[in-house]
Design a protein around this ligand. Structure first.
Ligand SMILES: Cc1cc2nc3c(=O)[nH]c(=O)nc-3n(C[C@H](O)[C@H](O)[C@H](O)COP(=O)(O)OP(=O)(O)OC[C@H]3O[C@@H](n4cnc5c(N)ncnc54)[C@H](O)[C@@H]3O)c2cc1C
Length: 394
């Protein structure tokens, strides 16, 4: 067993773990990042793609925004489609000038991995048997295997940034954790297509055949989703059937046409809301999907991960530089305020835009009334816009 030592042991090299390591490095706080997958895998994993303005500002301020500024697509609104017509929600006009940037999560990950490697800091891919120990004490440890070697990493603090299926949350005794959860009775079938976008902004479509989302990742690539059953078998969805469904749900009589192209990737993702409280146990701090997940309708998953580690980095800087413990003690409560706002917004968008199995005329008329209100009332549109672009950091 080989022994290592660091100040912050970080499990997981997703947006949360990598950004935390970067923010700590800028303050000369040492960390080791342990990732079970390969570098190639994490840099190709297509997931979220919408960055709130606050996330963009944080990436820029911390020096990893150069490629995002060049390649990211700044969007000033979204379109909500229903009843055969589109309605634009203008973000800057409704939020005092705020916007979003479309830039793939895998691109954020690539930029952060590159920064970590350029700084010569430790980031181990492909590690196995990761386990956390003694997190109740002030000398927690992480054991792991790297190739044929077994390691033990002594830390002052462990950051659990290992996503929803990671081991860190599971290391917390169930008696010390409260879990709040909703599983939705549908999933999203998503495709990535080599087709230049034919619309400048995201389109959220409420349709009798089910929800659809039109989005893009770059000037060459579109990202499209349709609502399907939660147990949908992707094998039942040849590309032609997916395109047919997308045309039916997204196109209206306004003449706009969806452009088809080779499907590069496709998959079905379940929809769930989940929060584990508190986001801390002893010297173990959870961040990002390890502590909470949202259905993707509100585009909040990656942004919440970024917001968490912004708070955690600040608290750890206070701890290591000034021996302050108050910020770490407040970490969970500080994050959960933003987390629950995003949970509500994501649930609300999901409930407004999807067809629920067994819903009746009453339910559908309520949805239509809500949609009409959102696109006709400035106050209601401003509320959607404010949540979508992201509330300012506390
Ligand atoms: C299929 C899919 C599609 C999504 N689409 C969208 C979307 O369109 N819009 C949106 O806003 N959000 C979306 N999300 C959510 C968003 O991607 C997440 O919120 C975001 O990835 C959270 O970042 P994170 O760093 O907390 O977790 P992750 O990105 O999950 O990173 C956790 C990392 O920990 C690693 N890990 C796990 N276990 C271990 C272990 N035992 N040891 C070491 N490493 C470990 C994992 O390999 C991973 O690299 C999607 C999520 C999924 C799963």
């Amino acid at each position: 067993m080989r022994k290592l030592r660091t100040q912050v042991g970080i499990v997981g090299a997703g947006p949360a773990g990598l950004l935390l390591a970067h923010l700590l490095h800028l303050e000369a706080i040492d960390s080791v990042v342990l990732e079970s997958r390969s570098r190639d895998y994490v840099e190709r994993r297509v997931r979220a793609g919408v960055l709130e303005q606050g996330s963009v500002e944080l990436l820029n301020e911390s020096g990893v925004g150069e490629r995002m500024r060049r390649e990211g697509l700044v969007h000033h609104g979204i379109e909500v489609r229903f009843g055969g017509a589109g309605h634009r929600i203008d973000f800057p006009e409704l939020t005092g000038g705020r916007s979003i940037t479309v830039y793939g999560q895998q691109e954020v990950v690539k930029d952060l991995v590159a920064a970590r490697i350029a700084a010569g800091c430790e980031l181990r891919f492909g590690v196995g048997d990761v386990a956390v120990h003694d997190v109740e004490s002030d000398a927690p440890r992480i054991s792991f295997r790297d190739g044929a070697d077994e390691f033990e990493l002594a830390c002052d603090v462990v950051a659990g940034c290992d996503g929803f299926h990671g081991i860190c949350r599971q290391a917390i005794p169930t008696a010390n954790l409260s879990v709040f959860e909703r599983v939705y009775p549908f999933a999203w079938l998503g495709i990535l297509a080599a087709a230049p976008p034919t619309h400048d902004e995201l389109i959220y479509a409420y349709h009798e055949r089910g929800f659809a989302l039109y989005s893009m990742r770059s000037p060459e690539i579109t990202r499209l989703y349709i609502q399907v059953a939660p147990d949908e078998d992707i094998a039942d969805w040849p590309d032609e059937r997916i395109w047919q469904e997308l045309h039916a749900r997204l196109e209206t009589s306004d003449g706009w046409k969806l452009r088809e192209g080779p499907v590069l990737e496709k998959g079905v993702t379940g929809m769930r809301s989940f929060v584990a409280e508190p986001m801390q146990y002893g010297r173990l701090y959870l961040a990002g999907d390890a502590a909470h997940i949202v259905p993707p309708t509100g585009a909040k998953g990656m942004n919440l991960a970024i917001a968490d580690v912004r708070v955690l980095a600040g608290a750890l800087i206070g701890f290591f530089k000034a021996r302050r413990t108050d910020l770490l003690e407040a970490y969970s409560a500080t994050c959960l305020k933003r987390v629950w706002r995003a949970e509500h917004f994501s649930w609300w968008m999901t409930s407004m835009l999807h067809r629920f199995p067994g819903d009746d005329g009453f339910q559908q008329r309520l949805q239509r009334s809500q949609l009409d209100y959102v696109v006709s009332s400035r106050v209601a549109a401003a509320s959607l816009a404010e949540n979508y672009v992201g509330l300012p950091f506390a």
